[in-house]
Design a protein around this ligand. Structure first.
Ligand code: F6R
Length: 618
């Protein structure tokens, strides 16, 4: 949430910052802004509410040039999406500018203190308060003659007074070609270039300039010039760091010929699923290998209980994971919404294994759940997509999804890879317990067929689009499934509501008669996810109950099962697959359905209203 990019080098900063913001826009799109400095002249600030194009137009009318600058794309927390509330914010003197990602929880108290000293504020943001605080400390420290040291020290002293989270970049007219960054709870990286360096919230902002990055840790303070950088702890001692290679190319983070990132990422699923299981299937043992778990076979055998924590789509994948692990490994497994887990005090014994699941590896609630689990002495493993992210670095081990960058705000390929990962985990743990070689081999075979089966589903895109258009005036939609596909129904409903803004809810099919059926009407379609599996007949009864009340029904079922064409209004077919892997296939037509539905209704599917990717605030 909120994207930051800062630049120091020999080139014109403005186009670099605007390009970086384009790559970061998925993190927030309520407003954007840049602050650029040339030599030690004044800081030129340009900022605009609304989409990045508004800022581009503004900069075209009122150019800002310089070889050092900071910029920001905002997901509003404090104060509406107005020009005044857009970042960068300056201090009282106008000589210092900052951009900020995170929430300053004690900003009101700080603001009142500063107002009492005569500071006047132009915005309602917590960030402007931090700008004034840093500026005040800077101005008061006139004993320090080196402006660079003075700025670093002002940032350090200011953040010590802050309660909350921050990833910031700051600059001052006294210190040309010099940026200071700091992080606590909100991600910040250094992009290490040749004769140029960057600060950014994530590597996608800098990947077209450099593939070398330093992932900063909480409470790090960093400064960059064009040819060097230094990472310090909050008390000023040098911090250790590693320069890592970025694991994707700029092209992978582009839309290519697709009209939206979401559609591109839906179409990438044959490959992303393959990448998830590549090298992890062990034929000789009819099992899977997940080396990153850092656990010996004996430790894995001792696991008595598993807790899966995540938010949104990741929590739906975890729900599928609960069914899969219990089915394959018979280990009691439960899902905890990360934001609940972090404030609960669930009884966990020493043989409980906690997993946190996160595409971005930066979701604040999930990160906090991980730290809470660790604080209580548990091993917490990560299932993460973003290499080098905070969860990836701080977890006690885990496995990467290797899905490549997911930029569309609606998660798609990360869901199918997360569920694939649970199949691998269930197989690994199951084979250490009761699961037979035969079953293990069968599952390996089935996992290998997934990419081709996903391709087959994608070929029905046109047909799914027609179905979406048929229901374009629907006031809402119900999604129903049982067992392994109850989580699919939850995920399908989330996709529909987040990108098309219609009411949608996902339920276990049998729950219909306990209340939900009251919603059924001729204008509210129900989508039944009902492959020909062990609960198929039960789903048929639920579908009949809806039809008896004149509710339109769309069924997703297994190829060859044409009998549903007699009862359902529309039928979408998915290839046959092992029951526990069905969510991986069944969710694909649901992603396409919501995509086409939202596009036809004129919604911006890659930037749905009020949302942003990577939720780094509480
Ligand atoms: C929905 C969506 C969100 C995320 C959630 C967790 O399409 O994208 O619900 O799944 O914010 O994000 P990660 O997986 O990055 O922790």
């Amino acid at each position: 949430m909120c994207g930051i990019i800062g630049y120091v080098g020999r080139n014109d900063a403005t186009p670099i910052l605007l390009e970086g913001l384009r790559r970061l826009e998925y993190r927030g799109y309520d407003s954007s802004g840049i602050a650029v400095m040339n030599g030690s002249q004044t800081i030129q600030v340009r900022k605009k509410s609304g989409r990045l194009q508004n800022l581009r137009d503004h900069v075209a009318d009122s150019p800002a040039e310089g070889d050092c600058g900071i910029s920001h794309t905002r997901w509003a927390t404090h104060g509406e999406a107005t020009d005044e509330n857009a970042h960068p914010h300056t201090d009282r003197s106008g000589n210092l500018a900052i951009v900020h990602n995170g929430v300053i929880e004690n900003y009101q108290t700080l603001r009142e203190g500063l107002e009492a000293e005569g500071h006047e504020f132009k915005s309602q943001t917590d960030t402007e308060v931090l700008a004034h605080l840093i500026g005040k400390i800077y101005d008061e420290n006139s004993d320090e003659s080196d402006p660079q040291k003075r700025l670093v020290s002002a940032v350090r002293e200011a953040v010590k007074q802050v309660a909350g989270t921050y990833g910031i970049a700051a600059m001052h007219t006294d210190a040309p070609k010099f940026l200071v960054g700091a992080r606590l709870g909100s991600p910040l990286i250094i992009g290490v270039g040749n004769d140029e360096n960057f600060l950014a919230s994530d590597v996608s902002a800098v990947v077209s300039h450099t593939s070398n990055a330093v992932y900063l840790n909480d409470r790090d303070i960093v400064y960059i010039t064009e040819d060097e950088f230094r990472v310090e702890t909050i008390d000023g001692t040098a911090s250790s760091y590693e320069v890592s290679e970025v694991d994707f190319t700029p092209e992978q983070a582009e839309m290519g010929d697709f009209p939206h990132y979401m559609l591109k990422e839906i179409y990438e699923q044959p490959e992303s699923i393959q990448n998830c299981f590549r090298g992890r299937l062990i034929d000789e043992e009819a099992s899977a290998i997940l080396g990153g778990l850092n656990m010996s076979p004996n430790e894995l055998r001792d696991v008595e209980r598993i807790v899966l924590c995540g938010c949104g789509t990741a929590s739906h994948a975890a729900m599928a994971g609960e069914y899969i692990i219990e089915h394959l490994a018979r280990i009691p497994t439960e899902v905890e919404i990360a934001s609940e887990f972090r404030y609960r005090n669930p009884p966990l014994n020493k043989n409980t294994l906690v997993f946190v699941i996160s595409q971005s590896g930066e979701t604040l609630d999930t990160l906090a759940a991980m730290r809470e689990g660790q604080r209580k002495g548990h091993k917490v493993l990560g299932i993460v997509n973003s290499v080098g992210s905070t969860i990836a670095r701080e977890s006690d081990g885990g496995s990467y999804l290797y899905s490549g960058p997911e930029i569309g705000v609606a998660a798609t390929k990360s869901f199918t890879s997360q569920v694939t990962m649970f199949a691998l985990l269930g197989l690994l743990l199951g084979r250490m317990r009761h699961l037979s070689v035969d079953y293990g081999n069968k599952l390996l075979e089935e996992i290998r067929t997934l990419p081709a089966k996903v391709e087959q589903i994608l070929q029905q895109d046109e047909k799914i689009k027609e179905i979406a258009l048929k229901y374009i005036d629907a006031e809402g939609m119900l999604f129903l499934g049982r067992q392994f596909n109850y989580p699919t129904a939850m995920e399908a409903a989330l996709k529909m509501k987040e990108i098309s803004y219609i009411f949608a809810s996902g339920h276990a099919s049998a729950e219909l008669k306990h209340g939900v059926i009251a919603l059924v009407s001729e204008t509210l379609p129900s989508v039944f996810i009902m492959p020909k599996d062990s609960v198929y007949d039960k789903n048929v009864s639920s579908l009949e109950e809806v039809k008896a009340r004149k509710g339109p029904c769309i069924a997703v079922t297994t190829e060859g099962n044409t009998e549903l064409e007699k009862t359902a209004d529309d039928v979408i077919y998915i290839p046959e697959v092992a029951e526990c892997l069905a969510p991986i296939l069944a969710v694909i037509p649901m992603q396409l359905l919501s995509y086409h539905f939202a596009v036809a209704r004129g919604c911006d599917v890659d930037k749905p209203r009020n949302l942003a990717k990577s939720v780094t605030v509480e």
